[in-house]
Design a protein around this ligand. Structure first.
Ligand SMILES: [Zn+2]
Length: 76
């Protein structure tokens, strides 16, 4: 059951992974991930997803690719 801290961390996760948030926020999220395994798992998942998409998008990305990748990951 995610608390307020978790909701906030997950809301900022994309900004955090893109390194587009400020240093304060980045530090807060990193601290939260260190304390909170479920959020860390979620961050790992998002990071892997980005790596997979980045790799596949080196070739011309067919439309709907991201949806298929997400569906694949959900099945495993
Ligand atoms: Zn959390």
């Amino acid at each position: 059951m995610p608390g307020d801290d978790c909701r906030e961390a997950l809301e900022q996760l994309h900004t955090y992974l893109d390194h587009e948030c400020g240093a304060d926020l980045e530090q807060a999220i990193r601290a939260h991930l260190g304390d909170c395994p479920p959020c860390l798992d979620r961050a790992d998942f998002e990071q892997q997803l980005r790596a997979i998409v980045a790799r596949k998008c080196k070739d011309a990305a067919p439309s709907g690719l991201l949806d298929r990748v997400i569906a694949d990951l959900k099945e495993t």
